[in-house]
Write a protein that binds this ligand. Sequence first.
Ligand SMILES: [Zn+2]
Length: 215
Amino acid sequence: MNITKLTSTKTICNSYLIEEGGFVVIIDPGQDGVVETEIDSKGYTPEYILLTHEHFDHVQDLEAVRSKYNIPVVASKLCSERLGDPKTNLSIIEDILSYYKTGVVSEEKSPRFVCGEAEITFVGEYELQWRGHQFAFIEAPGHSPGGVLIILDGDHYFTGDYMLFNEETTLRLRGGSEEDFVKITEPIINGIPDGVIIHPGHGATYIKGQEGETK
Ligand SMILES: [Zn+2]
């Protein structure tokens, strides 16, 4: 199994490809066509798209990737519902948030966009078996209502906008909830054992408990 991190330039958002025998699962299709470019150059066959949450930077290429490869999307029910409104996927404030993240004022106004619902949705927890691997999903609200942590084979954590390296979790965007974070998601994060690999939606990959050594 190989895990490839692909970073969009616009909002420095990480997409991930998990590859096994030429087949891949995509986590967060991101922006700038990074996922398609990598898949096509390597000749991979994609099979699923998994979403950590509904925010525009993680899903801008969702419809392009879904229709090009004709593959199902897996997301929490709330994430799926919130993809379809620029106010809840936050594409309505993309330029402001991009500026906040990168310090660069975009020359063109970014378009608002919506995505269709996911083919596979769940509430609470969900498991997906794939080519000898297991993806476990746990709902994790706070940053956004549709947020989830995705755990691959027990030791790779795809955390979306939680657990960014050296960055505090943003809870103030529309749909964010400090109460949900403290009550539901923070205890889950605190229970993640040291030694597992954290693959966040922005910034460096690192080993939990060894934050000094990024991978
Ligand atoms: Zn986000």
